[in-house]
Design a protein around this ligand. Structure first.
Ligand code: HEC
Length: 266
């Protein structure tokens, strides 16, 4: 483990607190073991015996609780199945201690997650991660918004957010010449199948970006950001074939199928 693997100071602090708790738990364990040993000594003294001194062997024996071979008749059950005899061994103490430890753990777990809510539940954790990723996506998109041009503009007519944003731009900047519903006015009808400069997303983007200044269509690249041009281009493609009233007569060539088809297939 290395320190840089902690994503934030909070994580580092949590890790240190956990470490501290672990050390604390180990100390408590030793204190409890000490108390047991003292009690054992006292008990032995009362019986006039000397308690076994602590050694790895005695400690291991106390953990496994194994009954030595020569004392097995004490725990031998009295059935005898064709010569097969059964010993009444207890559960090994290490196993029982582990079980008690899980109970203690569960108390802290419950307090942590369900009473004090200091740690997030799975669903909260999931939502936190999703919103974090969402933020990262937005940052990424904001950073890359300026790299959109007519060669890599995307068809996003199914993306309600993009279309709504495009519509807002259209209403704010384009209706004066293209009509509230794109039916046309000073500028051409944007809902029919006829296009002067082409009806693919790339061509529409290019027309809006560079404009056709000599024909009265402004270049928007100074006013709109590339992603905004992408949004409004998608809005225009999304209103293809809507047949608004008072539509202007067709201008240009009938190439609408290009736009309509590419929209439908993506
Ligand atoms: C001042 C009037 C005016 C405004 C405002 C205007 N346009 Fe235009 N637009 C025109 C004219 C005029 C044309 C036709 C140019 C030509 O004949 O080549 C045109 C053409 C277009 C075309 C190409 C249509 C085709 O048939 O190829 C698109 C796409 C377009 N405009 C989108 C927009 C968008 C999006 C906005 C708003 C951001 C906008 N326009 C704002 C006047 C305008």
């Amino acid at each position: 483990m290395n320190l840089s693997s902690f994503k934030s100071g909070d994580e580092l602090i949590l890790f240190l607190v956990a470490l501290l708790l672990l050390v604390f738990a180990i100390i408590i364990l030793f204190v409890i073991l000490g108390i047991f040993r003292t009690l054992k000594h006292i008990e032995a003294k009362q019986k006039g015996q000397i308690a076994e001194e602590f050694s790895f062997n005695s400690w291991w024996k106390s953990l496994t609780g194994a009954v030595p071979l020569e004392k097995e008749e004490v725990i031998l059950l009295d059935h005898n199945y064709d010569g097969i005899k059964e010993l009444d061994n207890h559960l090994p103490p290490w196993w029982k201690y582990l079980f008690y430890a899980t109970i203690v753990f569960s108390i802290f777990y419950m307090l942590d997650y369900h009473v004090w809510s200091t740690s997030p539940l799975q669903i909260d954790e999931y939502e936190q991660e999703v919103s974090k990723a969402q933020k990262e996506i937005e940052e990424f998109q904001a950073k890359n918004a300026n790299s959109i041009d007519e060669t890599n503009v995307k068809i996003l007519t199914k993306d309600a957010k993009v279309v709504a944003n495009g519509k807002e731009i259209f209403i704010g900047k384009c209706v004066a010449c293209h009509g509230a519903l794109g039916e046309g006015g000073v500028g051409p009808n944007l809902t029919d199948e006829y296009w002067i400069h082409g009806g693919s997303i790339n061509e529409v983007f290019k027309t809006i970006k560079n404009g056709v200044p000599e024909k009265g269509m402004i270049s928007w690249k100074a006013t709109l950001k590339p992603n905004e041009i992408q949004d409004v281009s998608n809005y225009i493609l999304s209103i293809a074939g809507t047949n608004p009233p008072n539509a202007k007569e067709p201008q240009g060539e009938k190439t609408g199928a290009v736009a309509a088809d590419s929209t439908a297939s993506k």
